[in-house]
Design a protein around this ligand. Structure first.
Ligand code: BG6
Length: 495
């Protein structure tokens, strides 16, 4: 193929890790095989372990076989893809390595032709981010000589507010904000993006989308998995840092934001930042009332016996790290004043399900006789995964001579309407970064604001001794979670 203006190089740091193996390369392969990846391209992977290009490619092929949405059709197509993938062993903390990296990159780019557009992907442990960014800068690899230069930074972006601020400062010394792509893979999920389509491509919801009609919003991300060999990481993280500070707050912003003027990166991200600024800060003395944490004990998940969190590998037997967290937020603006937003997430829960539930106010006056009718309020349920779709739950008359009313579900299922599997989040996000569209990436100010909001909770929890409330693995979380939401008259929807 002739070199095109779209030619680019992707440099993956931390390439021997799980993310490259399970997500990044399978996503790149699927884009390539479905002819959406711009060509020609060069993928240069680097990690400490010495390995040849061929040995590395063989390893990647296993990952692609197991995890890619687009199954390997035949070896020829794979060979065409793999011929553009290279491996360079090296120590990312050593400044000398960047000279070697530059040389190899230039060599490959010369052979490939086309502009020297470069996308760096930091998929290493976060403790290496600073070194890599500084070293890229020192080696001049941040410059845009011919073509563009961008950098994707994996989560977690910081461990708390001050480390996130420090990292932002450091990164924006070396790269301009427009070059920085802070990834949150939830924003790449089709159904998360569909929140925007639902709200802004339909006229009927906007008049209802406010405190006059909405009584409460719930966002749940429930997982059945435990810490999956990541005990060491999770001990330092916990559910609030791992899921709420990023994924769930992003979802809240998409639900709560004002309509942006256009669908471009700054317009969308300005509106999301405004939501974050309007979220009422949780003062230290309000943490107990606004947040709940718990830890899973032993139990059964999908009929399989599983250990409790404290028995997991890499976890301290006296650990007080939360594996479940719930939060109650209020957004102090004209649209949402007084509407509670409840967020919850947990590992080893009864079912893998992520959804947003918009609960509307009850009818102002009930004309039907009590006892005959259901008095449940209408719900709009946006199912993020699995069984992606949207349901509207309305009241309907049951057939028959009596007036009996019960809830029915108007259901839209992605797979029934569109068929097939929805694209993986990483496919969309990688492609966007290659095309220079940061709409679905987190901006620096948003990340800091999200840390600002969660910091008092983290501080309070760090100084409040355990033990934490425990929930049985395979349950819907701690019993305290019911009382937590009931204070506002609500209850968690259990899908
Ligand atoms: C990651 C968290 O960001 O998201 C994991 O670190 C979590 O702990 C994962 O399991 C969930 O992502 P998904 O796409 O499987 O819902």
């Amino acid at each position: 193929m002739a070199p095109s203006d779209e030619a680019f190089s992707l440099v993956i740091f931390g390439a021997s890790g799980d993310l490259t193996h399970r997500k990044l390369v399978p996503a790149l392969w699927t884009l390539f095989a479905s002819r959406t990846l711009p060509e020609p391209f060069t993928i240069l992977c680097t990690a400490r372990t010495p390995m040849s290009d061929d040995a590395f490619r063989a390893k990647l092929k296993e990952g692609v076989k197991e995890f890619a949405r687009f199954k390997l059709p035949n070896d020829q197509v794979w060979q065409r893809f793999a011929a553009n993938v290279f491996y360079l062993p090296g120590d990312p903390t050593a400044p000398e390595f960047y000279g070697v990296l530059r040389q190899r990159l230039e060599e490959l780019e010369r052979a490939r032709g086309g502009p020297r557009s470069r996308l760096y992907y930091l998929s290493t442990p976060p403790s290496l981010y600073a070194d890599i960014v500084v070293n890229l800068g020192k080696a001049g690899l941040n410059e845009e000589e011919s073509g563009w230069t961008r950098i994707i930074i994996e989560k977690p972006f910081g461990h708390d507010l001050s480390s996130a601020q420090e990292l932002n400062r450091l990164v924006t010394k070396v790269f301009r904000e427009e070059q920085v792509y802070r990834i949150d893979h939830y924003l790449g999920k089709e159904t998360v993006q569909n929140v925007l389509a639902l709200r802004f491509a339909n006229g009927i919801f906007e008049p209802l989308w406010n405190r006059n009609h909405v009584a409460e919003v719930q966002c749940t991300v429930a997982e059945t998995v435990g810490v999956e060999g990541r005990g060491g990481y999770y001990e330092e993280s916990g559910a609030l840092r791992d899921m709420i500070q990023n994924h769930l707050l992003q979802i809240v912003c998409l639900v709560a934001m004002e309509p942006p003027v256009t669908f471009d990166a700054d317009a969308v991200r300005d509106e999301k930042s405004k939501v974050m600024k309007a979220v009422r800060p949780i003062e230290p003395d309000a943490v107990e009332a606004s947040a709940l944490r718990a830890q899973y004990g032993p139990g059964f998940v999908n009929n399989r016996q599983v250990p409790g969190y404290r028995q997991e590998k890499g976890v301290k037997p006296e650990s007080t790290t939360e594996t479940y967290a719930a939060l109650r937020l209020l957004i102090d603006n004209w649209r949402w004043a007084g509407v509670p937003f409840y967020l919850q997430t947990g590992k080893r829960l009864a079912k893998r399900v992520s959804e947003i539930v918009i609960r509307f106010h009850r009818t102002p006056h009930m004309i039907f006789r009590r006892g005959l009718v259901s008095v449940d309020p209408n719900l709009l349920v946006i199912r993020i995964q699995p069984d992606e779709g949207i349901s509207l739950i309305v009241e309907a008359k049951e057939p028959g001579p009596d007036l009996k009313i019960s809830p029915v579900t108007l259901d839209f299922k992605y797979h029934e309407v569109f068929g097939g599997e929805p694209p993986e989040a990483y496919e969309r996000l990688l492609l966007d970064a290659i095309h220079g569209d940061a709409t679905l990436y987190a901006r620096g100010d948003w990340i800091e604001q999200a840390w600002r909001l969660t910091q008092p909770i983290l501080d309070h929890w760090a100084t409040t001794p355990g033990p934490l409330p425990e929930y049985e693995a395979g349950s819907w979380g701690p019993t305290e979670a019911d009382a937590f939401i009931a204070r506002n008259g609500g209850k968690w929807r259990r899908p």
